[in-house]
Design a protein around this ligand. Structure first.
Ligand code: FES
Length: 104
């Protein structure tokens, strides 16, 4: 299974191929910031892709539209992705402050 590394805490999760970054993190018990609950509307889940962009599903029209509405057109030239929409097909490193490990 592909690994997703989440900075700055260097959390590493195994992600079943085709799952979203946020969905996989939540399934592993991690808290991931979200307002819309993963419906692709709030951009609260957005993360910066440090490496492995080619291992993610490409941005769909709806993801692009929401990102531009919330962050401006320049966002499409940045490595920002909605973690609730980006599907994982290989190892990826992302930056997302606020992701917290499961409470023990
Ligand atoms: S969780 Fe709201 S856009 Fe991803």
């Amino acid at each position: 299974m592909p690994n997703v590394t989440i900075r700055p805490k260097d959390i590493v999760i195994e992600v079943p191929e085709g799952d979203t970054i946020m969905g996989a993190a939540q399934a592993a018990g991690y808290y991931w910031p979200t307002t819309c609950g993963g419906e692709g509307r709030c951009t609260t889940c957005a993360c910066t892709v440090i490496s492995g962009m080619e291992s993610l599903s490409p941005r769909g029209r709806s993801e692009e539209r929401v990102l531009v509405e919330e962050r401006g057109a320049g966002v499409l030239d940045t490595p920002l992705r909605l973690a609730c929409q980006a599907r994982v097909y290989g190892d990826v490193v992302v930056e997302k402050p606020g992701v917290r490990p499961p409470l023990s």
